[in-house]
Design a protein around this ligand. Structure first.
Ligand SMILES: C[S@@+](CC[C@H](N)C(=O)[O-])C[C@H]1O[C@@H](n2cnc3c(N)ncnc32)[C@H](O)[C@@H]1O
Length: 323
């Protein structure tokens, strides 16, 4: 197996692989191939099975293609995972035995200054995961009012002094001084009166802008909904999230899928109750151990949630009519 440098070590590898319960003849989908670390472990365990590794990032796809070239069972697709249904249809794959989604941005993207994801590296205000998309961070910031920016910082960044930061960014933009990641970082520092050189707000604001530019939570919601419909009986959906907004999307969907569906009459009485098609494999989200966090600080905020499609969808299905 390829030895990749430390920053590209996949997060929670052993937990993810254990949760996927890989079978040599199984069909697996990695919705976020990134540097191909999880994908390679899956591909290496296949005998007659298949792996579909997806990423919207051109460079991630190129790297994963190289990394998976020794494994004929693997197919790499450049696409947005919100199109999972069409991707599998095109490949004539009706269902998968396991699907992995490792959300957010990769170390590779963060570490490449020209991609504009990092407040620690000077680069253009880009932040696009898919460089063929028209909307980059500079364009997004140009077309966003201070109010809208506030809203995004509140929603995606968990940022404290949103108003001051949003105003400072808008002011710089209006003065024509918002061209690079350094300019954006400076606007944030100015809003906070330079009390500390690298306040946590830098990470939070960059994260919020990135999530807005890439429409991340909407794609996550669509991608997970599609993934859940494409699991074979007994198949598992394993999701790693790094942000409370991401984890909220996962938690809400998983809760809905693992609870009985209740249809109500107009008077509020239960008309029909359908048993859930999934069971929760993880109750509370699973977090990385202290050793992994020490080796890889990026793992610190990781949370894994897993659901499993019940063996036969109708096995537990009972229709109950009230009155
Ligand atoms: C955390 S990294 C995945 C790392 C990977 N598990 C590994 O082993 O290297 C997340 C990846 O998801 C990709 N990604 C994020 N949103 C996506 C989307 N909507 N569609 C496809 N890929 C996406 C990013 O481009 C990035 O490469």
């Amino acid at each position: 197996m390829t030895d990749f440098p430390a920053p590209h070590v996949p997060v929670m590898m052993e937990e993810v692989i254990a949760f996927l319960q890989l079978r040599g003849d199984g069909i697996y989908v990695d919705m976020t191939a990134g540097a191909g670390g999880h994908s390679e472990r899956i591909a290496a365990s296949l005998t007659k099975g298949r792996l579909i590794a997806i990423d919207r990032d051109k460079e991630a796809v190129a790297l994963t293609c190289r990394r998976l070239s020794p494994y004929p069972a693997a197919t790499v697709v450049r696409a947005n995972y919100s199109e999972l249904k069409q991707i599998l249809e095109r490949l004539s794959i009706p269902a998968a035995d396991g699907i992995l989604l490792d959300a957010g941005v990769s170390s590779m993207q963060i570490d490449t200054a020209e991609r504009g994801f990092s407040y620690l590296k000077e680069g253009p205000l880009d932040m696009r995961m898919d460089s063929d998309e028209a909307l980059d961070a500079a364009t997004w910031l140009q077309g966003t009012t201070s109010r809208e920016l506030e809203q995004v910082l509140r929603e995606f960044g968990d940022v404290g002094p949103v108003r001051r930061i949003a105003r400072s960014i808008s002011l710089r933009r209006d003065q024509g001084k918002l061209q690079t990641t350094t300019d954006l970082a400076e606007a944030i520092r100015e809003a906070l009166n330079h009390v500390v050189p690298n306040p946590t707000e830098l990470r939070q604001v960059f994260q919020a802008v990135r999530m807005a530019v890439n429409n991340e939570l909407n794609h996550l919601k669509t991608g997970l909904e599609q993934a859940s419909t494409l699991l074979a009986p007994g198949g598992r959906l394993v999701v790693i999230s790094f942000h409370s907004g991401e984890d909220g999307v996962v938690k809400t969907l998983f809760r809905k899928l693992t609870r009985p569906q209740v249809e109500l009459r107009p008077d509020g009485r239960i008309l029909k109750r359908t048993a859930p098609a999934f069971k929760a494999v993880t109750g509370r989200p699973v977090q990385p151990g202290p050793d992994e966090i020490e080796r890889n600080s990026r793992a610190k905020s990781a949370r894994v949630r897993v659901i499993e499609r019940l063996a036969t969808e109708t096995s537990g299905e009972k229709e109950k009519t009230n009155g």
